[in-house]
Design a binder for this molecule. Structure first.
Ligand code: NAD
Length: 363
């Protein structure tokens, strides 16, 4: 199969669909790969790296879309890219169609076969192609929060781990899923005093088994939330209620009562945020202050570390991409119900129920 990798064109998107390492795997499986010139510059990979891995370099996206049988990307295709898709062409990327009627209509009209990363499932009921970005955001949350705790950024002027003889910062993580677990890992690694709240006792058991006595686990109730948030130097908001807006677990009054210079990192901001005072920010201007509390609310945290994010994403997408290329999409989807769950559009029809329901398509 001929696999095409266009350069991402969405604003401030530096990731790329395939790393040179992944290209080499596709080539070893007998496929040809065509990469748009400079597609990998944002992750520090130039055209020579791709050629060394066995790819051909295309002069522009038009050439890639015109020739490739499967397009591998990161972000949903932009309007100009959607015009280049053709009937029967396979598209493998993040789509997030439910809130995007224009994109959905264009993909339906194109006749392309569209497999969305975010709806591929695994045998534990998880979303394996979303998890790597949650891992990145979770780990980054502590890095961003530590930076915000510095005095020059409006913080309390504390080092997360303190030093011998000086207390460490109190870090409270709300939600102990993928983001939360990775935030805990980083915060404990920096010797902070870490507490996690979750309303699922199985999640708390898992975290206790993993991190032992170093981590305090607390069942999430209104009373517990209030007590721990008011004591915290840094709070990481990492809750998710599948398919719903994030619950506002910390009210404006609670924020007002927090210690001056404490820090809120709202990772759940892409679902509306779990602090009442949160609004989405960008990497260009990531923080703002409300009632002396520093807020970090970047909706696309992995975008700041495109190299790590691209490699992490490729580790998760590669086996599915190879299956699609090796077997052809029809057989690959028939053989794997988890990959089939990723199919959102085929033959001019929406095949993902939540998208069809939300946007009024027959299912
Ligand atoms: P997850 O499903 O793995 O974990 C969510 C956890 O929240 C679960 O353990 C759940 O029990 C817990 N929870 C739900 N309601 C709660 C409550 N009231 N109190 C305490 N805990 C509660 O989800 P995840 O992958 O860790 O993602 C967390 C959030 O981070 C999501 O909103 C996701 O979209 C977001 N995210 C943001 C970025 C970014 O760049 N900002 C990147 C990746 C993920």
């Amino acid at each position: 199969m001929l696999i095409g990798v266009p350069k991402e064109i969405k604003n401030h998107e530096y990731r790329v669909g395939l790393t040179p390492t992944s290209v080499r795997e596709f080539v070893a499986h007998g496929h040809a790969v065509m990469v748009e010139t400079n597609a990998g510059v944002g992750i520090g990979c130039n055209d020579e790296d791709y050629v060394a891995a066995g790819a051909a370099i295309a002069a522009d996206a038009k050439d890639v879309f015109a020739k490739a049988e499967m397009i591998v990307k990161v972000k949903e295709p932009q309007a100009v890219e959607r015009k280049m898709l053709r009937e029967g062409q396979l598209l493998f990327t993040y789509l997030h169609l439910a809130p995007d009627p224009d994109q959905t209509r264009d993909l339906v009209d194109s006749g392309a076969v569209c497999v969305a990363y975010e709806t591929v499932t695994d045998s534990h009921g998880g979303l394996p192609l979303l998890a790597p970005m949650s891992q990145v955001a979770g780990r980054m949350s502590v890095q961003a929060g530590a930076h915000s705790l510095e005095r020059a950024h409006g913080g309390r002027g504390m080092l997360l781990g303190g030093v011998p003889g000086v207390e460490p910062a109190k870090v409270v993580v709300i939600g102990g899923g993928v983001v939360g677990e990775n935030a805990i890992y980083m915060a404990l690694g920096q010797a902070a005093d870490v507490t996690v709240l979750d309303r699922n006792v199985n999640v708390l058991s898992h975290l206790t088994n993993r991190f032992g006595a170093a981590l305090k686990t607390v069942y999430s109730t209104r009373e517990a939330l209030e007590r721990h948030v008011l004591e915290a130097d840094m709070v990481v908001g990492a809750v998710l209620v599948a398919g719903a807006e994030a619950p506002k677990l910390v009210s404006a009054e609670m924020v007002k009562a927090m210690k001056p210079g404490s820090v809120l990192v709202d990772v759940a901001i892409d679902q509306g945020g779990c602090f009442a005072t949160s609004h989405a920010t960008t990497h260009a201007d990531p923080t703002y202050i409300v009632d002396d509390v520093v807020h970090y609310c970047v909706a696309n945290m992995p975008g700041a570390v495109p190299r790590t994010s691209t490699y992490a994403l490729n580790n998760a997408t590669l086996p599915f991409g190879l299956a699609l290329a090796d077997k052809g999409y029809a057989q690959a989807l028939l053989d794997d119900a988890h990959l089939l769950a990723g199919l959102n559009v085929i033959g001019g029809k929406v095949t993902y129920k939540a998208v069809a329901d939300d946007l009024g398509y027959d299912y």
